[in-house]
Design a protein around this ligand. Structure first.
Ligand code: GLU
Length: 428
């Protein structure tokens, strides 16, 4: 896979390896995924025809526990992408100290072109195809790009029907009445918010009108924009796949969010009763958003948004990667030279999988926590691991990304080596 996303992901690990003393055995085991499944999913379409979709599930490493990671429905899903995402999940779970390995799934489909009936048949068909390879102690899927609680509910139901027993812990991100956790819907953004606050408070920049641009207005981006707005940051630009809006004085994010939810269009509309005014804003492209002169840039959409061609034009002081893999390794180097502080995906967006873990625990003990309990647990863990990453970056004089890999690699290697390493076998 020359020049692939997965090659780029492994380069991030290679940088951390230089700063750790983990065994050759562990490095060898982390070179390639544990297993790759490719399935064909035949779906009866509403017009009576049969269409076959390609799906994947990759389990990268399970040294620390069952593999964990979302399922993406997107027309650009490839095996290379799913493998990279499963690799990142492995390190993400370890950064947070969760008892999980990393996995990921994907189906190559544009869900916006399917009816609800077709979407349900596809979701159930995908789970039926991989049912023998997942399970609460084996591999636990969750939502990712363009999948949501409704889809997770169908998937849990399908798995339970196949196994002939109610099995909520097979998948996370479910609707609350089906065993979902309080707070899972906003967990990715909230975890990112705690991390951003921890970093910026230390640098004396938190809130107080610090300017923010958010690329991506889905589950992660829109909630993050709202949390930051409510905390006193000035969110000057947001965008979705069709383009963005910009107002240097700040956008009223709750009204933008309401408008997007009701019309699916991104516009700054301010409503007072039944009267709505188009608020002051300029239309911008996604590319322009990434180059705005803001304090904080939050890519919350897809991979490879900041690459070697546009990294030099980034003017933000901080990048917080709420998406997975938004900055390419070449871009990372350019940003470093230009003094932009980049906080990595495997820490920044780990709030999602952390509350997924809480959901899985609640399903297994059969007892459910309040929204405040979940939030407190998430805050504690995010702040602690963010501080660990900051400390390692400072002590070893490495980037925050490399620091996060050093932290997670240490935990993964510890688990691998506890089962024996070369030294143990050669001991006389
Ligand atoms: N898809 C999310 C991620 O990339 C969540 C995974 C999970 O909850 O298992 O982190």
């Amino acid at each position: 896979m020359a020049g692939s996303l997965f090659d780029g992901a492994k380069q991030q690990l290679a940088k951390a390896l230089k700063h750790t003393k983990i065994s050759e055995d562990s490095i060898e085991r982390l070179r390639s995924p544990k297993s790759i499944i490719q399935v064909s999913i035949p779906v009866r379409m509403d017009n009576g025809s049969l269409k076959t979709f390609t799906g994947y599930r990759v389990r990268y490493d399970d040294s620390r526990g069952p593999t964990k990671g979302g399922i993406r429905f997107h027309p650009n899903v490839t095996l290379d992408e799913v493998t990279s995402l499963s690799f990142w999940m492995t390190f993400k779970c370890a950064v947070m100290g969760l008892p999980y390995g990393g996995g990921k799934g994907g189906v190559c489909v544009n869900p916006k072109e399917l009816s609800m009936f077709e979407l349900e048949r596809l979701s159930r068909g995908y789970i039926a195809a991989i049912a023998d390879f997942i399970g609460p102690d084996v591999d636990v899927p969750a939502p990712d790009v363009y999948t949501n609680p409704l889809i997770m509910g169908w998937m849990m139901d399908e798995y339970s029907l196949i196994k002939r027993k109610h099995t909520p812990a097979v998948i996370t991100g479910k609707p609350i009445p089906l065993g979902g956790s309080q707070g899972r819907d906003v967990a990715t953004a909230l975890g990112g918010f705690y991390c951003i606050q921890t970093v910026l408070e230390k640098d004396g920049l938190a809130a107080n009108g610090a300017t923010v641009a958010v690329q991506g207005f889905g589950n992660a981006g829109s909630v993050a924009a709202e949390l930051l707005h409510n905390a006193g940051y000035t969110v000057v630009a947001v965008s979705d796949s069709k383009g963005g809006i910009y107002n240097p004085k700040g956008l009223d994010i709750p009204s933008v969010k309401r408008h997007k939810e009701s019309t699916r269009k991104l516009e700054a509309i301010y409503c007072d009763g039944s009267v709505c005014d188009i608020g002051e804003h300029e239309d911008i492209t996604n590319e322009q958003l990434l180059e705005l002169g803001v304090d904080v840039l939050i890519p919350a959409a897809l991979e490879n948004q900041i690459v070697k061609e546009n990294a030099g034009a980034v003017k933000a002081k901080y990048i917080f990667e709420l998406a997975n893999g938004p900055v390419s390794p070449e871009a990372d180097e350019i940003l470093k030279t230009n003094g932009v502080k980049v906080f990595p995906d495997i820490l920044l967006n780990a709030g999602g999988v952390t509350v997924s873990y809480y959901e899985w625990v609640q399903n297994r003990i059969g007892m459910y926590w309040s929204a405040d309990e979940v939030k407190d647990k998430l805050r504690g863990r995010m702040v602690e691991e963010t501080e660990n990453v900051l400390r390692i970056a400072h002590d070893k004089q490495v980037s925050f990304r490399t620091a996060a890999y050093i932290l997670s690699l240490g935990r993964i290697a510890e688990a691998m080596e506890a089962k024996g390493s070369k030294q143990d076998y050669l001991r006389k």
